[in-house]
Design a protein around this ligand. Structure first.
Ligand SMILES: Cc1cc2nc3c(=O)[nH]c(=O)nc-3n(C[C@H](O)[C@H](O)[C@H](O)COP(=O)(O)OP(=O)(O)OC[C@H]3O[C@@H](n4cnc5c(N)ncnc54)[C@H](O)[C@@H]3O)c2cc1C
Ligand code: SF4
Length: 318
């Protein structure tokens, strides 16, 4: 691990301004992703700004009937909150499908949104990786790509966004609230928060330098059955090959978002409109796919996972 300095911020404004004043600074929340990346020297911040003392660990109801989740709320606290379990069940289910209890106790809402891809070449500093070192190439192309992306990917990078929570946030139309170093705030719809890789796969989100996530806001609850189904190589402690977050009414109409196939949680308007026709919805979700030989199975897996989700919504599957 490279040497770094450390400070604790006591407010979001203080953290953002500290980040702006120090090139190469990074925020640290739970540290469950950042520390691993620092140990491997994939990330080498010169200065860490600990945001755990910023008071962003509260949840409150909004005037619009939704819920505002502070960026420092832990995954465990969020998933177990009675309002979330009652009104946003898809979010609870997505969070508990991820990581382990110990990790979820440390992992935060903001940090979880910003976790980095799990492409194995990204984690191996002996391999070329445009995301880790812009312009160096992509070892995954022609390499091991079973778990990588099939839609929204680019010639420069075929990695996926790996998280579960954000897939549920996408189906719920959450909004990410931020603060810039000059004190101005932004509300970024979750669908615009994660970038497609394009020619710049190292730029992963809409955040600007020094901008801190302060909260995630959920709109008022959607009625319907909330489902999160995650397909993975092991039954637990593994990232999704394909996951589906859904909120469906009794006729199978509603919304779906898919994880494990793209640089961002993947939601397509035409797929929502096609429901409850599973085949048409799956085709809309995978339209334009450019899979490798090793991950072409994900096209069929999206349809099968969606079919299972629909069966669950109809009460036909456990
Ligand atoms: C073994 C293992 C298995 C896992 N399995 C899963 C899984 O199945 N599904 C899943 O979804 N996740 C999984 N994870 C990932 C885990 O959920 C993330 O590591 C965690 O959510 C990151 O949150 P954190 O608070 O620890 O972030 P940190 O590691 O502290 O930070 C992550 C990034 O976010 C930035 N950051 C943190 N807070 C803010 C903020 N408020 N504003 C701006 N930037 C900020 C940091 O600078 C850093 O770049 C796994 C992790 C491990 C180690
Ligand atoms: S797929 Fe992306 S993250 Fe993986 S090696 Fe290629 S550029 Fe790097």
């Amino acid at each position: 691990m490279k040497p770094f300095t450390y400070e604790r911020a006591t407010s979001a404004a203080e953290a953002a301004s500290a980040a702006a004043g120090r090139k190469g600074a990074k925020f640290i929340a739970g540290g469950t992703n950042l520390l691993d990346l620092m140990k491997l020297e994939i990330e080498a911040p010169v200065h860490l700004i600990d945001v755990n003392g910023t008071g962003l660990d509260k949840m409150e109801e909004t005037d619009e009937g939704g819920l505002r989740i502070g960026a420092l709320v832990s995954n465990t606290a969020l998933a177990s909150d009675i309002r979330v379990r009652r009104d946003y069940g898809v979010l609870t289910r997505a969070i508990v499908a991820g990581a382990s209890g110990q990790l979820r106790n440390k992992a935060t809402t903001g940090g979880n949104l910003l976790q980095r891809t799990r492409c194995s070449y990204f984690y191996d500093t002996n391999q070329s990786c445009n995301k880790r070192k812009p312009g160096s190439g992509c070892a995954a192309k022609g390499g091991y790509s079973r778990q990588l992306g099939i839609v929204g990917v680019s010639d420069a990078c075929i990695a996926t966004y790996p998280g579960d929570m954000a897939v549920a946030l996408r189906v719920l139309d959450a909004v990410v609230e931020t603060m810039k170093p000059d004190g101005t705030t932004r509300a970024i719809p979750i669908g615009e928060f994660h970038k497609l890789w394009g020619d710049t796969p190292h730029i992963e989100t809409a955040l600007e330098p020094g901008e801190i996530i302060t909260a995630v806001t959920l709109p008022k609850p959607l009625g319907g059955t909330h489902i999160y189904h995650k397909v993975r190589d092991r039954r637990s402690y593994a990232f999704a090959l394909v996951s589906v977050a859904a909120v469906l009414d009794e006729n199978g109409k509603g919304r779906v978002a898919v994880g494990g196939i793209a640089p961002r949680p993947w939601r397509v308007e035409a797929a929502d409109a096609a429901l409850p026709d599973v085949r048409a919805a799956a085709q809309a979700l995978t339209q334009g796919a450019s899979p490798t030989d090793q991950n072409a199975f994900k096209i069929a897996l999206v349809e099968r996972t969606l079919a299972g989700v629909m069966a669950k919504a109809r009460g036909e599957a456990a």
